[in-house]
Design a binder for this molecule. Structure first.
Ligand code: TTP
Ligand code: MN
Ligand code: MN
Ligand code: MN
Length: 377
């Protein structure tokens, strides 16, 4: 038998779904710079590099104490050469030259500003950047052709880039709860996303809606939206119909991380109390915000799931994104199973595994249960 590891070295598992990642951890001074490099790689559409830096940062989030020397990183998984160089530089010099240069770069700043517009992805942002555009005002000034989502994104740019507080999320939760119960008594509303993981602020508010009677949830979304619309609570909405059954094997199959639930990307009009409503300085084309300092715009995601898939939908929409990614990777690589936001399929035994709670899904996957507050990978 080999002697036990010196206690200074903690064992960290290599899949994020095998680790506990609390919201507040000890190594923000390392994870934030690594995540800047990840984001930059995302802007360059370098997915391999993006995920490598995200994984490195995530491993450091699971450590029980501050990293002080390179020695503290011995035996840790997922730390590639590039990440190690960055960490070493921060430990020795207090900052990484590469990270500082990236943060200052015109391209990084422009991509951040342009992808910060709701409805604008990396591809459009990159095209605009190469045409010399740097921020949302440039889009208006040069008369770029924008779709409806992007128009709303520009109009509410300032508000949508202001963090949503837990209190605001609760206020919206009350509104959505009322709408849901009004159109379908007995319906269940669950807060998902970052707020379910215990975050104090978010970029949006995510909800999952279901009803214990299978099928009763069908057709709910338009009714909920109409109720909210009639109350004057919606500034923007775009619904996507459920297409799970009809186009499962169709040519336009979504990437595996996207699901086929009926969902709505929306912008809510949230009345604010006096002390919360700071002045909203509007950039070009965003003047609508100035007339209404008594309310703010908030991004809200609504998803409707049949009761039979509710546990999978809840797990899938709670995040974090890296936690979800590793759950699917674990299922495939370690269990020969296929996990989606709808179901878990055992590819060896050729059957679907039913689950009525998240705990059951972890059990099916042979994983220790990790509560939402420790999925902040
Ligand atoms: P987000 O709302 O994008 O992220 P978040 O709530 O973790 O963080 P933030 O505070 O910035 O809002 O997504 C929430 C979860 O939903 C995320 O884990 C991934 C999942 N999701 C899907 O499963 N399918 C989708 O199509 C989208 C957009 C998200
Ligand atoms: Mn690396
Ligand atoms: Mn969210
Ligand atoms: Mn969301």
């Amino acid at each position: 038998k080999t002697s036990p590891k010196p206690s200074a070295h903690v064992a960290v598992k290599s899949y994020a779904c095998q680790r506990r990642s609390p919201l507040n951890h000890h190594n923000t001074f390392l994870t934030e710079p690594l995540e800047i490099l990840a984001e930059n790689a995302e802007f360059m559409e370098n997915e391999g590099r993006n995920i490598a830096f995200r994984r490195s940062a995530s491993v450091l989030k699971a450590l029980p104490r501050v990293v002080r020397r390179m020695e503290d990183l011995k035996n840790l998984p997922c730390l590639g050469g590039h990440s190690l160089r960055v960490i070493k530089e921060i430990l020795e010099d207090g900052a990484s030259q590469e990270v500082e240069t990236t943060k200052q770069s015109e391209q990084f700043q422009a991509m951040k500003a342009l992808t910060g517009v709701f409805g604008v992805g990396v591809k459009s942002a990159d095209r605009w950047f190469r045409e010399g555009l740097r921020n949302p005002s440039d889009l208006i000034r040069t008369g770029q052709k924008l779709n409806h989502t992007q128009q709303a994104g520009v109009r509410y740019y300032n508000d949508l880039n202001k963090p949503v507080t837990k209190k605001e999320a609760e206020a919206i939760s009350d509104m959505v709860g009322k709408a849901v119960r009004a159109v379908l008594p007995g319906a269940i509303l669950t807060l998902t996303g970052g707020f379910r993981r215990g975050k104090e602020v978010g970029h949006d508010v995510d909800f999952l809606i279901t009803h214990p009677e299978e099928g009763a949830e069908e057709g709910m979304m338009p009714k909920v939206l109409k109720w909210l619309e009639d109350q004057g609570l919606l500034l923007y909405q775009k619904t996507t119909r459920n297409s799970y059954l009809e186009s499962r094997d169709g040519p336009e199959r979504a990437p595996h991380h996207m699901d086929r639930f009926e969902r709505c990307f929306s912008i809510f009009k949230l009345e604010q109390t006096k002390e919360c409503s700071g002045t909203t300085a509007g950039a070009a084309g965003m003047s609508e915000q100035q007339s209404g300092p008594s309310w703010r715009a908030v991004r809200v995601d609504l998803v409707v799931s049949p009761y039979s898939q509710f546990a999978y939908a809840t797990l899938g929409w709670t995040g974090s994104k890296l936690f979800e990614r590793d759950l699917r990777r674990w299922a495939g690589q370690e269990r020969g199973m296929s996990l989606s936001n709808h179901a878990l399929y055992d590819s060896k035994r050729h059957h679907y595994l039913h689950a009525s709670s998240e705990e059951e899904i972890f059990t099916h996957l042979g994983l220790e249960y990790i509560p939402p507050s420790e999925r902040n990978a």
